[in-house]
Write a protein that binds this ligand. Structure first.
Ligand code: ADP
Ligand code: MG
Length: 235
């Protein structure tokens, strides 16, 4: 579903990504993990066509996000690290706006909004300006907006940030449902026990390079450590 080949990204003199390659299969949750500043967000922005790489290629469900950033948005749901929302709209207005941009039929949109709003428990905020809501509530709005068109691929950059335990569990269950449906997820988080729990495979990125990759079992063997935290601390 997702093929990333030899991505490099330079900002001026600074090399931020240095030859990143990985694949994510149908029905797979891929954890992209690494310390702050290692290049996770940059990689994800390239995957969804927000940033252009200096070199390398990406294919998502057969679409090249570099050539076709509009089409890729039809198949991908993206949750950026910092929610990008229209602060002067209410969540209700914002979901309608996203629905019309994505071409979601009115009835279908209503059904999705109702389901997701209820799941994340934000009913009481629907008529308040987004700019006045807490970070956690904004994060939930960002998540809901990424899920509205029922995308085939989800790219989540630290999507657990700011979520209370109940919402974190709901998101976790949604991701597992998503996977059951054969969809693909790229997921970054600093919550390592969560990554161990839900990721089928993990790629560890450090200073712009994917230094080790595999299932938890494979990582343990390759790095000779028992858990992800210890693997991480060895970086
Ligand atoms: P992560 O998400 O793993 O914390 P990022 O991908 O956000 O890492 O950043 C990787 C590196 O790229 C950091 O050193 C960051 O300062 C740098 N960087 C990110 N965006 C820019 C930019 N627009 N201009 C210059 N440097 C950038
Ligand atoms: Mg980041």
């Amino acid at each position: 579903m997702i093929v990333v080949e030899n991505l490099t990204k330079r900002f001026g003199e600074k090399t931020v990504l240095n030859g990143i390659s990985f694949r994510v299969n149908d029905g797979e949750i891929y954890g992209l993990l690494g310390p702050n500043g290692s290049g996770k967000s940059t990689t994800m922005k390239i995957l969804v066509g927000i940033l252009k790489p200096t070199s390398g290629s990406v294919s998502i469900a057969g679409i090249d996000p570099l050539r076709d950033p509009v089409k890729v948005k039809e198949v991908v749901g993206f949750v950026p690290e910092t929610p990008v929302l229209y602060e002067s709209l209410t969540p209700e207005e914002f979901f309608n706006f996203v629905g019309s941009v994505r071409g979601i039929a009115k009835e279908k949109l209503e059904e999705r909004v109702n389901y997701l709003v209820k799941a994340f428990g934000i009913e009481e905020y629907l008529d308040q300006f987004i700019g006045t809501l807490s970070f956690g509530t904004q994060q939930k709005i960002s998540l809901i907006s990424a899920l509205l068109h029922d995308p085939r691929v989800l790219i989540l950059d630290e999507a657990m940030n700011g979520l209370d335990p109940k919402s974190a569990r709901i998101l976790r269950e949604l991701l597992l449902e998503f996977k059951e449906e054969g969809k693909s997820i790229v997921f970054s988080t600093h919550v390592l026990p969560l990554a161990e729990m839900i990721c089928d495979r993990i790629g560890l990125i450090y200073k712009g390079e994917l230094i080790v990759e595999g299932t938890m079992e494979e990582l343990k063997e390759k790095v000779h450590e028992e858990n992800l935290e210890d693997i991480f601390l060895k970086l």
